[in-house]
Write a protein that binds this ligand. Structure first.
Ligand SMILES: Cc1cc2nc3c(=O)[nH]c(=O)nc-3n(C[C@H](O)[C@H](O)[C@H](O)COP(=O)(O)OP(=O)(O)OC[C@H]3O[C@@H](n4cnc5c(N)ncnc54)[C@H](O)[C@@H]3O)c2cc1C
Length: 442
């Protein structure tokens, strides 16, 4: 730790803000423990810390609870600023179905606060409900519920963000139509901490559904379920989620379970019953669906939220929904290729697709970079896969993976012109370039 940082921590940062030394290791970013983890109690305090960090050129990583700090890559982090103490529900208007809450509130605490009035925020990002609201917005990451409710950007009405040089900026508001001009709020959604620390979020809520039913169709493998998945995605049914999983039961171990098509139905009793009778028909003579209701259904989706927990490599492949078959074929070919790399005997590849959104998540267990695995195999394979996807108009994100591999391949791809635009934006919000170092760096 440098002398200026030590004196800043001693003189400026209050005891409650500085995380005790022994707990710091859990906040390592790509294997490197930051010099300090700060948990400010107000956005003004966030501003003071960032203004000083900007002057000194200290690298800062914004965070919620620190459960996914390696995602997004990056390096050289001196300070982590966690929003964990900014967790109040600041405003809640049940009659307007709107709220404003600190970015550090967990999605489960928010659900508790709004559930008392029969309302919810239908966001189910990977990692489950224990993640922070701010992180869901900063990563722009939704989950299966995006099929019907849309991604996080559709739920956010406004936010407060502290820029790299410490200015507190507010955009949007609590009303559903609130933009007259350029919508800066949306720019911040998915900015991965590179533009500022999001300190509070205003969002819109939905009435809690009366009934929660999940129907599961088992199939020999993912390709045999694809026609049914397509038929359902193109039907007029308002499905809350439509997921293709291979294998269906990822915790089973031993012999591999079959693939599954998971259909979630939410709504009033009458609505769900009407949908339920239509699903097998609309899916095209799809055979027998298993049925889960209420707590069983919720528990299934809770487990699905933590689906990639412990995987060594997580990829997010995106293309037009009509290209889902082609993307799944690419995964199949890649799997066969990866297994031929040296020391990959224990490789286990699992796939979960958000059918309607054209997103295919691939989680890989047992990846090894031993021998020439990094240079001779994985880097070329993943770079090649990204090139093919980008050629199809899609993208490949390395959501997490071994640090040397992520460094070589890069978390995001994208064209030069997009990267230049993002870097220009970053300079406006973070003139000294201290935030989320290495992310969107080109
Ligand atoms: C098992 C598991 C699997 C996951 N899989 C994925 C995945 O595949 N893809 C994916 O994108 N995410 C994934 N996540 C992350 C998840 O979507 C949520 O972002 C995370 O769970 C939120 O938890 P957190 O508060 O600990 O976020 P953190 O880990 O603290 O932060 C997550 C990211 O958001 C940024 N961030 C957090 N808060 C703010 C803020 N207030 N302002 C600005 N930036 C901020 C951080 O810099 C970091 O990059 C996974 C999480 C878990 C636990």
């Amino acid at each position: 730790m440098t002398a200026p940082l030590r004196s800043f921590l001693a003189e400026v940062v209050s005891a409650g803000t500085l995380l005790p030394e022994p707990e710091r290791a859990r906040w390592a970013v790509n294997g490197a423990i930051p010099s300090a983890v700060l948990m400010p109690s107000s956005e003004e305090e966030v501003g003071r810390i960032l203004a000083r960090a900007s002057q000194e050129g200290w690298g800062v990583l914004p965070a919620g609870f620190g459960r996914w700090l390696a995602g997004g890559g990056g390096a050289n982090v001196e300070l982590v600023i966690s929003t964990r103490r900014l967790r109040d529900v600041q405003e809640y208007e049940p009659a307007d179905l709107t709220f404003t809450a600190g970015a550090g509130i967990s999605l489960s605490s928010l659900a508790e606060a709004t559930g008392a009035n029969g309302q919810w925020l239908p966001l189910d990002p990977p990692g489950g409900e224990e993640g922070s609201l701010g992180a869901a917005v900063a990563t722009g990451m939704g989950g299966p519920l995006g099929q019907w409710y849309g991604p996080p950007r559709d739920h956010v009405l406004g936010l407060t963000m502290v820029s790299g040089d410490g200015e507190v900026l507010r955009w949007g508001g609590r009303v559903v139509k609130n933009v007259a001009g350029f919508d800066v709020t949306r720019l911040c959604i998915g900015s991965w901490g590179a533009l500022g620390v999001i300190t509070s979020v205003s969002g819109r809520l939905f009435p809690l559904p009366e009934v929660d039913v999940t129907l599961i169709l088992e199939g020999h493998q993912r390709f045999s379920l694809l026609p049914h998945a397509r038929a359902l995605a193109l039907s007029s049914l308002p499905l809350a989620a439509l997921e293709l999983l291979d294998p269906l039961d990822w915790k089973e171990g031993g012999s591999r379970s079959p693939a599954g098509l998971v259909v979630r139905l939410l709504g009033s009793r009458e609505e769900v019953e009407a949908m339920e009778t239509r699903v097998p028909r609309e899916a095209g003579d799809a055979g027998v669906f298993k049925r889960l209701e209420g707590e069983e259904s919720r528990a299934f989706h809770g487990r699905l939220g933590r689906w990639e927990e412990g995987a060594g490599l997580v990829l997010r492949m995106v293309a037009l929904p009509s290209l889902l078959g082609a993307v799944l074929r690419l995964v199949e070919d890649s799997q066969a290729q990866w297994k031929r790399f040296p020391a990959q005997e224990g490789l286990d590849v699992r796939v979960a697709a958000h059918v309607g959104a054209g997103v295919v998540r691939v989680a890989v267990w047992g990846i090894s970079l031993e021998g020439d695995g990094l240079r001779g195999g994985w880097v070329e394979a993943l770079s090649g896969l990204r090139e093919v996807l980008e050629g199809m108009g899609g993208s490949l994100v390395l959501s997490s993976g071994p640090a040397p591999l992520v460094r070589e391949v890069g978390t995001w791809g994208g064209r030069r012109v997009e990267k230049t635009l993002m870097q220009g934006l970053k300079r406006q919000f973070d003139p000294q370039g201290i935030l989320a170092p290495g992310r969107f760096a080109g």
